[in-house]
Design a protein around this ligand. Structure first.
Ligand code: GAL
Length: 704
């Protein structure tokens, strides 16, 4: 009772402090007037102690406001089982404090020490090929291991108690990029957890057999204990897709459970003034960061826009590979603000990296541009990975804020300093309660997202060109190119406040969702549906109906069939005399009376058949886009039409431009590496930095 009272009192006091400082209720940990706080990682254990003071002073002199410590330092913090050594870290935290730097403390569980893995090898992850992970890298432990949880509890609790009353600690990061980098764990404890998870989900094994369609190929299970993990490496033909879908869901929940476990340990021991987060990878298809939205005070992400050669790392113009795609920063900002109005970029690329297929120099100025993008997209913190370039270890060629000599700021370091001094100036121009401009408010739209669709379409892609990551990026990019403010939302959320909701590849749905969407449209909402929508139920079974029958009452159109093409064949589509190409996927439509045709296929044997439809519902509408085009331009042009119908004041931005608004400030960024772009700044605007004619990687900030 006493404890509860004390907690209530503490919460009251905390909220009172918040009020005094005029922090918005949604942002209890950050002052709105600070706009964004900038920091950088420091690993004191990797440097000679005699350099700590020099380094941390330099960090503060460069304009950083906080640092980040202890990530990966388990071997130093608990050199022997149960024996903790915080002295060195205390000293580093104190030096930081002396230089006016706050500290984000990080739990070190991503890198267990050797004594641990040697004595308790059962904590190690088992890879799909049956090999047990070995010591020496990171993230090689099992989220499901009871022993690992026990050892985690000990170190995390010890750290939390030790730093709970330290005024230099601003918040906590749990682990590092929880993901296992895409590996799934096939260990015995995982199997036992999976079986328990299935029991809780299906109650009876008959129900599981029905949901997984195990009559197919005599897979039938007599008991939950007979279910093995779906391992493609130990199977000859395809593993059961329904089991695989459940395994993906389970894997994401197992990760979330590990994060939750840590968050609870921290929160039990630290004061309310220290926040708790973790840094998810910008978009990782084996975990679902949203599962932790209630456990963490906010979710942060890590972002490296220019690590050459990977999907979605490209760019516009011949130097685009140094700049990154225009919506590359905007995507995680929007995705990780989930259910909150802020997020943070916990790691942002400092310069050249070491892990890309090739690792080019970023374009001069672009690091500052990414920082501005993180600010305007809703980040309360932007933190660079890392302060000093490592002299040894796996990331020697990874740039940092300071070069290998330990004292000379890198190009990225100078760009950070510039940004930080600009933010200081911007803080002076901040005026609280500036209303959201009407045109920007009208552009608030949502993307309805559920990882099930990503996983299910990935499990049965139907073409090796199917790339769910590209599709979600494409739709998001289309909305950003129209100047929209995009929120990612889930099915449990109220969508009635959005004039438009886009549902990328929403293959799995049920009647409850269809009812929700129907009510949304009847109330004047505008729904944009895309290839593969509604083909299956939540177990991933096709409906016992014609394709698309489930959504036909909404769309007023049938999907006759879908097509996919070889990589060297172009499918073509026309909309208002403009032509577009596709090859990954095309739903071929047949509109019912009353449904308008927007676009048609112009080649293949179904030439002239319908590619996109619009059904008006009073002031609302349902649009169906059939093809997944190569460059997403058809999708953008159709969404533009829906904007007109929905009275959304979209702006057609020049290709490569990002335009957004936050806290009274408009920010425009040029991501086109070859073009100077003209920014639509109104005549009465007050420009704070930059110019209307925006050169590549340049930024302009203004108020109206
Ligand atoms: C991140 C990781 C960091 C560092 C960085 C290098 O994915 O979280 O610890 O390795 O990559 O770019």
């Amino acid at each position: 009772m006493k404890i509860i009272k004390a907690k209530i009192l503490a919460i009251g006091l905390f909220l009172a402090i918040i009020n005094i400082n005029q922090v918005s209720a949604q942002e209890p940990y950050f002052h709105k007037a600070d706009l964004i706080k900038t920091g950088v990682y420091y690993y004191p254990e990797q440097w000679d102690k005699s350099q700590w003071d020099r380094d941390l002073k330099k960090m503060a002199d460069m304009g950083f406001e906080y640092t980040h410590m202890a990530e990966f330092a388990w071997a130093r913090l608990e050199p022997e089982e149960g024996k903790f050594d915080f002295d060195w870290l205390d000293e580093a935290v104190n030096i930081a404090g002396r230089h006016g730097l706050k500290v984000i403390m990080c739990t070190p569980t991503a890198t267990p020490p050797l004594w641990l893995t040697k004595k308790y090898p059962e904590v190690l992850l088992v890879k799909e090929n049956g090999l047990t992970a070995t010591h020496g890298g990171r993230q090689f432990f099992s989220w499901s291991s009871a022993k690992y949880r026990e050892l985690t509890e000990r170190i995390v609790t010890a750290m939390a108690r030790h730093y709970a009353n330290n005024p230099n600690i601003m918040g906590w990061q749990i682990d590092n990029e929880p993901s296992h980098y895409g590996e799934e764990d096939f260990g015995n404890e995982v199997k036992a957890h999976f079986q328990q998870w299935l029991k809780a989900k299906y109650q009876t094994v008959e129900e599981l057999n029905r949901a997984w369609g195990t009559m197919f190929w005599s897979i039938t299970y007599p008991s939950f204990e007979d279910v093995a993990l779906p391992n493609q490496k130990t199977n000859i033909a395809e593993v059961d897709p329904h089991e695989l879908l459940d395994f993906r869901r389970f894997n994401a929940e197992e990760c979330a459970d590990f994060v939750r476990f840590n968050a609870r340990l921290l929160k039990k021991n630290i004061p309310l003034s220290q926040w708790v987060t973790t840094n998810f990878m910008h978009f990782h298809d084996r975990v679902d960061p949203w599962l932790n939205d209630k456990d963490l005070d906010f979710i942060t992400y890590t972002m490296y826009p220019v690590g050459g050669g990977y999907t979605n790392v490209g760019g516009l113009g011949n130097q685009g590979f140094r700049i990154g795609l225009p919506s590359r920063m905007a995507f995680p900002n929007d995705f990780f603000r989930y259910k909150k109005d802020f997020t943070g970029v916990m790691e942002l690329q400092p310069g050249q990296v070491n892990w890309g297929l090739y690792n080019p120099q970023p374009y001069p100025g672009v690091i500052r541009a990414w920082l501005w993008n993180s600010y305007v997209g809703g980040c309360s913190i932007a933190c660079s990975y890392r302060f000093r370039q490592p002299l040894y270890g796996g990331e020697q060629y990874h740039n940092a804020m300071i070069g290998p000599d330990g004292v000379t700021p890198s190009v990225g370091g100078l760009e950070y300093s510039k940004f930080m001094s600009e933010i200081k100036l911007l803080r002076k121009n901040f005026s609280p309660n500036t209303p959201v401009p009407a045109n920007y408010a009208s552009r608030k739209v949502a993307i309805l997202w559920n990882f099930d669709n990503y996983w299910d379409t990935q499990i049965q892609p139907q073409t090796d060109q199917w790339n769910p990551e590209k599709i979600i990026f494409k739709y998001h990019a289309a909305l950003k190119a129209l100047g929209c403010k995009v929120d990612f939302v889930s099915e449990d959320m109220d969508i009635s406040g959005y004039k438009m909701v886009v549902m990328p590849m929403y293959q799995l749905l049920d009647e409850k969702l269809i009812t929700k969407l129907t009510q949304y449209v009847q109330a004047g909402g505008n729904l944009v549906l895309t290839p593969r929508t509604g083909q299956k139920d939540r177990n991933g079974h096709l409906w016992e109906q014609a394709y698309s029958n489930m959504i036909k009452p909404l769309t007023g159109a049938r999907v006759l069939f879908y097509d996919v093409l070889p990589v060297n064949v172009n499918g073509s589509v026309t909309l208002d005399d403009k032509s577009y190409n596709w090859k990954d996927w095309a739903d071929v439509l047949e509109p019912q009376p009353g449904t308008e045709t927007l676009a048609r296929y112009t080649n293949q044997y179904y030439k002239n058949k319908v590619a996109a439809t619009l059904r008006k519902w009073g002031t609302g509408s349902v649009t169906y886009i059939g093809p997944d085009t190569d460059d997403g331009k058809l999708e953008k042009d159709i969404i533009k039409k829906v904007c007109v119908y929905a009275k959304i004041k979209a702006v057609e931005l020049p290709e490569g431009m990002i335009l957004d608004w936050r806290d009274g400030f408009w920010v425009a960024i040029n991501y086109h590496s070859e073009k100077t772009l003209t920014v639509p700044i109104p005549a009465n605007a007050k420009v704070i930095f930059g110019q209307r004619e925006l050169k590549p990687a340049e930024v302009v900030v203004w108020t109206e």
